[in-house]
Design a protein around this ligand. Structure first.
Ligand SMILES: Cc1cc2nc3c(=O)[nH]c(=O)nc-3n(C[C@H](O)[C@H](O)[C@H](O)COP(=O)(O)OP(=O)(O)OC[C@H]3O[C@@H](n4cnc5c(N)ncnc54)[C@H](O)[C@@H]3O)c2cc1C
Length: 399
């Protein structure tokens, strides 16, 4: 049996950033952390790869931003039921390929002394008297503390006995050639103009093996159980309208459950980070959040391991609830329930009739200070469009 101080399940951005941040705060932890990852790198991860500057800045702060091919973007466009709006900033983020980004991030962690056991799938988690035992396809591991960074189907989350949330997302993506009118596009495009779809389509410029392509996809969020919308059919129709056939491209399909932040994020010697804990259900954005979770958890753990770790999970849970990320995710969750529910029309009008809200959104994504005038304008519009009450309810629900 392999024994360690800290065991992290999953070497995606949440798991690897947790390790990197812990080692950054306390370098002597490097030899005490083991990451286990069920695949061997480089491994594919279905994802459109839009990484906000918020996440990039956190990695740069610990000198760990991977140097991989990417397409920077300086604008966000939102198309709604009643029109479209867009905003630009000098730098909002970049589109990366996860197969490259995650591999490079994992190699940076290894370069700092973190052990990553690839091809190791955790099958079960058991509490022992002075630690946690993980059963894997390659034998057992024992650790003082276990961090579940194993994504949406997390086995650590199951071991905590946590239910799935009630939100359920379906996603389908593919990469196509860039169309003539998109050639100079340096923005990410969200199209929520399809009334039949409780969700949106996206078009993000990307780079695959040195070739510029367009990553396109559809995101559907079910708030109240199921509906009959067939996302492939609707997406195929949209692509046909662009002169593209869905059958010509590799369809990458994904169903995600429970993106919302859960009631408990840790207990005993177990804690959760990243998509295993909950990301943004409104857009499905999760890379920057995974990185921020990792930064919070790694810094917290580096300090906490020096003390009694028998209930580090509850301590992390209480700590996480004081963070900006927690408040942000709770607001987005409430927002998603309204936007994909009965308040869609009023929120849609609010967005498309001015660029103020989307401008502030760009600044949030990029982690730039908010423009006070735009903030006031967005607030005033929210009130005049009757979404002030909706947003207030959303904010109140987070307290
Ligand atoms: C189609 C699609 C498009 C998306 N587009 C975007 C986007 O443009 N921008 C954005 O910000 N977010 C996007 N997301 C969300 C984003 O991909 C995730 O939120 C993000 O990857 C979460 O990071 P993570 O580290 O928490 O989990 P993951 O990246 O899922 O990493 C979890 C890791 O754990 C490993 N693992 C799982 N189970 C086990 C086990 N039992 N034992 C060992 N290892 C295990 C997995 O192999 C994986 O490497 C998209 C998601 C999808 C599905």
């Amino acid at each position: 049996m392999s024994r360690c101080e800290l065991l992290i399940v999953g070497a995606g951005p949440a798991g690897v950033t947790t390790a990197l941040s812990a080692v950054h705060a306390r370098p002597e932890l490097a030899g005490k952390i083991v990451l286990v990852e069920k695949y061997n790198f480089p491994r594919e991860k279905y994802c459109a790869g839009a990484l906000g500057m918020r996440g990039e800045k956190l990695l740069r702060a610990i000198d760990a931003m991977p140097d991989v091919p990417s397409i920077p973007f300086d604008g966000i466009r939102f198309r709604g039921l009643f029109g479209q709006t867009e905003a630009r900033l000098a730098s909002i983020g970049r589109v990366v390929r996860r197969v490259e980004f995650d591999h490079a991030l994992a190699r940076i962690a290894q370069g700092r002394g973190v052990r990553i056991d690839e091809g190791v799938q955790v099958l079960g988690v058991e509490n022992a008297s002075d630690g946690v035992i993980l059963k894997t396809n390659r034998g057992s591991y024992e650790s003082n503390v276990v961090i579940g960074a194993d994504g949406v189907g997390s086995v650590v989350r199951k071991a905590l006995g946590l239910p799935h949330g009630d939100l359920r997302a379906q996603v389908l993506e593919l990469d196509t050639e860039i169309l003539a009118h998109e050639r100079d596009l340096a923005m990410v495009d969200f199209d929520a103009a399809d009334r039949e779809l409780p969700g949106y389509y996206w078009d993000f410029p990307t780079v695959v093996d040195g070739q510029r392509l367009m990553c396109r996809g559809v995101y559907k969020l079910l708030v109240d159980g199921s509906d009959g919308t067939d996302i492939r059919e609707r997406f195929a129709a949209r692509l046909r309208g662009m002169g593209l056939s869905i059958d010509r491209y590799k369809n990458k399909r994904y169903a995600e459950r429970g993106l919302e932040v859960l009631a408990v994020l840790g207990e005993g010697r177990l804690l959760l980070v990243g998509e295993a804990a909950g990301i943004d259900p409104a857009t499905g954005e999760g890379i920057a959040q995974a990185i921020e979770y990792g930064t919070i958890a790694g810094t917290f753990i580096a300090e906490a391991v020096a003390r009694d770790t028998s209930d580090i999970g509850s301590a992390f849970d209480a700590h996480f609830r004081t963070t900006r990320l927690y408040r942000d995710l709770r607001i987005r969750e409430r927002f998603a329930r309204h936007f994909y529910g009965k308040d869609r029309e009023s929120i849609d009008r609010f967005f498309v009739e001015s660029d103020a809200a989307i401008h502030v959104g760009c600044q949030h994504f990029a982690n730039e200070p908010y423009d006070g005038l735009k903030l006031v304008e967005a607030g005033a519009r929210a009130v005049s469009h009757g979404v002030g009450a909706v947003l207030e309810r959303a904010l109140r629900g987070t307290q």
